[in-house]
Design a protein around this ligand. Structure first.
Ligand code: PLP
Length: 430
């Protein structure tokens, strides 16, 4: 496969854009290096790069593109709105329409606010929880990514009840000292953290289905226990559903598991591919937000008509009957095919899958938390990633990410992907 144009563009990009990329995960650091492929257009489940090579896409732009690239209904909505104006700085009827759609799909959202990214959404839920509880500390789960605001760029200390360390230069020790990190799926560690920090804890931040060290589901009863213990402690439960909302079902993980948090952060899919975030929850908590309450949050671009139209159109597409069941069926075919090839070539592979999202880990062990995900074979994943890319299969360039199906993938793409997987495993097992 020729990648001349990507090489030229990446060389040029290094001179103008820091690291040549506008988000670090787009560089190929996690897969042993290489030049990122520069895409020029997408159509359904396919991408075409600047050399006109065609790829089956499982990146889905890190989640948002669940309807496939350039879905005609969403594209028409964006074009129509672009002709009417993209930004007014006033309220619009579109915001009401979209807020009502989200509330119907996710009933715990008694009141919502639109922002511009998942980062903003999560950051603000934390501020609102602190305002409501008048407490400062937060608990998060190790390895979960919640955007790049200072407070969530903090990793575990040396034990479940120690405070965190900054995970990035520029995050102060003071900020890190407000964050307690515990392992996911470990209710004992969570209990211990609450016992130690108890009445200082404003909230716990939960990815109800983890998407950021691969797809990891909560153990049965884990989310319920977190809810119960948190509320007993007078703290709030925040669900970060930036990846999970409208990915696995029409609605969120809350509908899958029949459980409700106090506040929810949204992003990715709900923008139909345009920049968006939203947060919402219990009305008495949301009324902490300005102009009603003392917690400030604002945004020039918030609720912009273009993102609203794209989001409404995206949810309209996702209301079609049977689409999530079909992504589940295709996801199961992928999982089964990957495992069959792995067994044929005696490769140690574990697949974590939930419906149309899965992660392929190079290990013979289960992966239930960040430590177990981190212990999987990074070098093998890098080799696999490049072998798949050469065959026109575009995966996320990190062992910690998911493969995302879209409603435009069909048996044909799965068959071709499984052929490529088989070839890659065969080469790797030699
Ligand atoms: N929360 C989760 C679970 C995410 O996966 C991400 C992004 O990957 C974010 C928050 C941040 O969203 P954004 O990149 O839109 O700021």
């Amino acid at each position: 496969m020729e990648n001349t144009q990507s090489n030229i563009l990446h060389e040029e990009a290094q001179h103008h854009i820091v690291g040549g990329v506008n988000s670090p995960s787009r560089a190929y650091k996690g897969v042993g290096g290489g030049t990122p492929v520069y895409m020029q257009r997408g159509a359904g489940p396919y991408f075409y790069d600047e050399d006109n090579n065609k790829y089956i896409d499982y990146l889905a732009a890190y989640g948002p593109i669940v309807t496939g690239h350039a879905h005609p209904h969403i594209t028409a909505a964006i074009k129509d709105q672009a002709e009417k104006g993209v930004l007014f700085g006033t309220p619009t009827a579109l915001e009401n329409t979209f807020a009502k759609m989200l509330k119907e799909a996710i009933p715990s959202l008694e009141k919502v606010r639109f922002v511009n990214s998942g980062t903003e959404a999560v950051m603000t839920t934390i501020r609102v929880a602190r305002a409501y509880t008048n407490r400062e500390k937060i608990i998060k789960f190790a390895g979960c990514y919640h955007g790049h605001s200072d407070i969530v760029l903090v990793q575990a200390g040396s034990g479940p009840s120690t405070l965190g360390n900054p995970d990035s230069a520029g995050v102060t020790k003071g900020t890190a000292s407000e964050v307690i990190t515990v392992p996911f799926n470990d209710i004992q560690a969570y209990k211990e953290a609450l016992k130690v920090w108890g009445d200082e804890v404003a909230c716990v931040l939960v990815e109800p289905i983890v998407g950021n060290f691969g797809i990891v589901e909560p153990h049965p009863g884990f989310l319920e226990e977190v809810n119960r213990l948190t509320h007993a402690n007078g703290s709030l439960v925040i669900y970060d559903e930036v990846i999970t909302a409208f990915r696995f079902t029409y609605g969120s993980a809350q509908q899958l598991y029949h459980i409700e948090p106090d506040l929810t952060a949204l992003g990715k899919v709900i923008g139909g591919g345009l920049p968006i975030g939203a947060y919402g929850g219990r009305v008495d908590i949301m009324e902490q937000v300005a102009p009603l309450g003392p917690a400030y949050q604002a945004g020039t671009m918030a609720g912009n008509p273009l993102s609203m139209r794209a989001g409404i159109a995206c949810l309209e597409v996702l209301q079609q009957k049977g689409i999530y069941e079909e992504m589940d069926r295709l996801g199961k075919r992928l999982e089964d095919g990957i495992i069959t090839s792995a067994n044929n070539y005696k490769m140690d592979v574990t697949v974590n899958r939930l419906k149309g999202a899965l992660t392929v880990y190079f290990t013979n062990k289960q992966v239930r938390n960040y430590t177990e995900a981190a212990a999987t074979d990074t070098q093998k994943f890098g080799e696999f990633f490049h072998l798949m890319l050469e065959q026109g299969i575009n995966l996320a360039p990190s062992k910690y990410e998911a493969w995302f199906l879209t409603i435009t993938h069909t048996d044909k793409e799965i068959d071709n992907t499984l052929k490529a997987v088989d070839y890659a495993f065969k080469k790797m097992s030699r």
